[in-house]
Design a protein around this ligand. Structure first.
Ligand code: PLP
Length: 426
């Protein structure tokens, strides 16, 4: 394979004309594919259908603490759901609060509470002149949307293969009291699939924040979402690590069963120190009398325990793995050596992150759309939707069928090639 940058103008033009013919043919097929959001496929949702049968009109609906789950009661989660989610999140059962159907909701509430009421007695953020958040990039668009919504200034922190650039993180957090938080997806990150190294986690736990109300927003959304049984990433547990370093209150950990059972109908949870949880409960008891206990019971009874959940995740992996492999194989065979893009092969999570040549991402996404393939908008992986290099594209292979993924991957690489040639011809 000759790198495109080493081809002459004539060679590029002739290549372009061939690729355009190919593109025309693909376009004529009238394909309609959506690879924009990280949603489980129908086949994956079907894995949890048994959950619909665990609670019937004959079921005993009393939970372990003796409360009838059909009625009010139990503010922060029934025991059996706490145990299941605590094991999933690798924290003690008493360091967890179970919320409603979504972890994003819990993250939003956490920021909203800090804005209006502060953090464990600190000045409410809304009364401060400036509140800043560090945003490892590329990252999760909905995190950035929350901080943008509250007018919090977002600062890009480049991701490295071992996690966020920790020199920058330390510099900001340890010196600027306006920096109140950092968004982290520490395992199989969205979108790169990167897991923070041991050193990165140690450095997080050793932070010495200038702001006493600084918190790490540790969104472990993909904690048990492996793709391969023999190749898995390991992440050091952050709550314990912060406690060891004498900063037990510095982190909020979030997770949910969205991509384990049913997105939008799962269970969301937060894990944190006793002091943080006490602060959260003060608000929670005003906000609700308790979340959906029947759903908590359904989840607890369906999975049984963490071992049941781990077995269940293997079934998800069996469905996801061929799709990821199909995209990665196509990228490798079609783009390998051309030096017009780079990507990371993740070992878990929901995404593959692709970096095009600078200034090409928007055009690639637009080109793919011309052929019927909808991808996540270029720029979405950055705060304010602004990718300074216009190069990152998030590929979400989970939802379409394997056959569709093969088609989609072909459209994508064709689009990358065509746009890159145009860029080189400029
Ligand atoms: N966090 C990350 C990193 C995600 O990628 C997603 C969904 O894509 C979520 C949270 C959403 O989680 P939930 O459905 O629990 O709100």
């Amino acid at each position: 394979m000759t790198a495109y940058k080493d081809l002459s103008k004539e060679e590029l033009l002739s290549l372009k004309s061939n690729l355009e013919k190919e593109f025309k043919k693909v376009k004529a097929k009238g394909i309609k594919l959506d690879m924009s959001r990280g949603k489980p496929s129908t086949e994956q949702l079907n894995l949890s259908m048994g959950m619909m049968d665990v609670l019937t009109s004959d079921s005993d609906l009393v939970c372990e603490e003796g409360v009838d789950c059909r009625n009010y009661g139990v503010l922060d989660g029934i025991k059996e759901a706490k145990q299941l989610l605590a094991d999933m999140m690798e924290v003690p059962k008493d360091n967890i609060i179970i919320f409603g159907n979504s972890s994003l909701n819990v993250m939003y509430d956490t920021i909203a509470r800090s804005m209006t009421h502060g953090v464990m007695g600190s000045t409410p953020w809304c009364k401060l002149d400036k509140v800043k958040f560090l945003c490892p990039v590329p990252g999760y668009d909905r995190h950035f949307a929350i901080t943008e919504y509250f007018g919090i200034e977002m600062i890009n922190i480049p991701m490295t293969p071992t996690g966020p650039d920790m020199d920058m993180v330390e510099e900001y957090v340890n010196n600027d009291p306006a920096v109140k938080g950092i968004w982290c997806v520490p395992k199989y990150s969205n979108p790169q699939g990167i897991t923070y190294s041991d050193e990165t986690v140690h450095r997080f736990a050793k932070l010495n924040p200038a702001a006493e109300d600084f918190r790490i927003f540790w969104d472990n959304a993909y904690g048990i979402h492996h793709l391969y049984e023999d190749k898995q990433d390991y992440l050091i547990e952050i709550l314990m690590e912060c406690k060891k370093e004498g900063h037990p209150d510095m982190v909020y950990k979030f997770a949910s069963t969205s991509k384990i059972s049913f997105p939008g109908s799962g269970i969301g949870a937060i894990a944190a120190s006793d002091a943080n949880l006490a602060d959260i409960r003060k608000q929670m008891k005003i906000q609700t009398i308790g979340h959906d206990k029947l759903n908590q019971l359904r989840h607890a009874r369906f999975f049984g325990d963490i071992h049941g959940m781990v077995q269940h995740m293997k079934k998800h992996a069996d469905i996801m793995r061929p799709k990821f492999d199909a995209v990665l194989d196509t990228l490798e065979t079609e783009l390998g050596g051309l030096e017009i893009g780079s990507w990371i092969a993740p070992r878990g999570g929901y995404f593959i992150s692709f970096d095009s040549m600078d200034g090409c991402a928007k055009a690639i996404v637009a080109k793919a759309k011309e052929a019927g393939l909808v991808m996540t908008g270029a720029g979405a992986t950055f705060p304010y939707g602004k990718d300074p290099k216009d190069s990152n594209i998030r590929i979400a292979p989970s939802y379409p069928t394997l056959q569709e993924i093969r088609e989609a991957a072909k459209i994508f690489v064709l689009s990358v090639k065509l746009v890159s040639i145009d860029k080189l011809l400029e």
